[in-house]
Design a protein around this ligand. Structure first.
Ligand code: SAH
Length: 253
């Protein structure tokens, strides 16, 4: 059996209880060495075989899984954050299907959630945005034309941009025509790691601030009014608003 496990964003305490248990039981651990915190490997049992997928091709990863399976061993494939977000995950699952190898998936805390925690912000503010767009700028991996940043920007939703901090100035220039140059933007480098850094600004100055901070990778760009202070209070805790679990306060009735 192969268990795909989301390792979380970096802090070794941010893996799920289930993910940690699977790591402790694994005979073989294949981890995404470019981003998974190596401290997580210390949860592995003594004698577990450990492979760094950053140095391997898809075929090599599959070959390790296939051999482990033939030997009756349990494999954990450890992905950074959650495997469903830019994880190159589907191609592995499809290959295992073809090979007749059983697998399951344990989710993880994606870096975009750790970034909100580090920023101490909420992505969905009433009257600001009720939509979160996760995307990237096209680079070596193309983005479908209908999803280019300029057109996504038209909604002025909360936007979280992965894998693109190296192109921060182009990103800001794509977004500014719709959001406005004064829209708040933040870059979170290595959210939840000990060397985490946060850079705050607007679309106008975020590029130069990020360059000055020397941030070139492992960072998310967050853009939108949610970073500001203008919003309406939530209906959920409004005394005049009743819902399934609360029928309204005296004042609200
Ligand atoms: N599956 C991962 C994303 C993998 S793609 C997840 O759910 O988070 C790799 C990109 O994710 C990086 O280029 C960066 O944009 C972002 N990333 C991953 N970990 C991060 C972290 N701790 N802090 C900020 N960005 C991170």
């Amino acid at each position: 059996m192969v268990h795909f496990v989301g390792a979380g964003p970096g802090d070794p305490e941010l893996i799920t209880v289930k993910g940690k248990r699977l790591l402790e039981e694994a005979d073989v651990i294949i981890y995404a060495g470019s981003l998974v915190n190596p401290q997580l490997l210390s949860y592995g049992k003594e004698g577990a075989e450990i492979y760094n997928s950053a140095e391997m091709t898809l075929e090599q990863v599959l070959a390790v899984m296939e051999r482990a399976e033939a030997e009756g061993k349990m494999t954990v494939r450890l992905h950074t954050g959650d495997p469903s977000v830019y994880g190159a995950h589907r191609e592995q699952m499809d290959a295992l299907d073809r090979m007749g190898i059983a697998y399951d998936v344990t989710p993880g805390v994606s870096s975009f959630l750790a970034a909100a925690a580090s920023l101490k912000k909420e992505y969905t503010l009433p009257a600001v945005s009720q939509t979160v767009i996760l995307t990237r700028k096209g680079g070596r991996t193309e983005v479908p034309e209908k999803e280019d940043l300029k057109s996504l920007a038209e909604h002025q939703a909360t936007m979280i941009i992965f894998l693109s901090v190296g192109q921060i100035e182009e990103v800001a220039a794509d977004l500014a025509p719709s959001y406005g140059w004064d829209t708040p933007a933040a870059v979170v480098y290595k959210a939840s790691w000990e060397d985490e850094k946060i850079v705050r600004g607007t679309l106008k100055d975020i590029g130069e601030k990020v360059k000055a901070a020397g941030i070139r990778k492992t960072a998310l760009i967050a853009v939108g009014g949610f970073l500001g202070d203008d919003y309406e209070l939530s209906r959920l805790y409004d005394g005049t608003f009743t819902h399934e679990f609360r029928t309204g306060t005296e004042r609200g009735k």
